[in-house]
Write a protein that binds this ligand. Structure first.
Ligand SMILES: [Zn+2]
Length: 87
């Protein structure tokens, strides 16, 4: 019962298919963490290997540090046994 997610395909402007030579027929999409290019005209498919791919850089852009303070609210119950000393 697993629905296949529609893969976003984007046309690469000016890209020429190496097989059929058609321009603007190459789509770029990502599948299973890999980049592929595919020609919609002839069905040419190729994997695009990126060189020196950074492993998930965490971009820190102006993140103000907000120290999270946990306020422990202590409810002091005054139900202790009180000895009222009577003399
Ligand atoms: Zn093609």
């Amino acid at each position: 019962m697993s629905e296949a997610k529609p893969v976003k395909k984007r046309f690469i402007a000016g890209a020429v298919c190496p097989r059929c030579g058609e321009m603007d027929r190459i789509v770029n999409y990502t599948e299973a963490g890999k980049n592929f290019r595919e020609c919609v005209a002839c069905g040419f498919k190729d994997e695009i290997r990126l060189q020196s791919q950074p492993s998930e850089l965490t971009t820190r852009v102006n993140q103000p540090q907000q120290p999270v303070e946990e306020q422990a609210v202590k409810i002091i119950g005054g139900s202790g046994s009180k000895h009222v000393g009577k003399k």
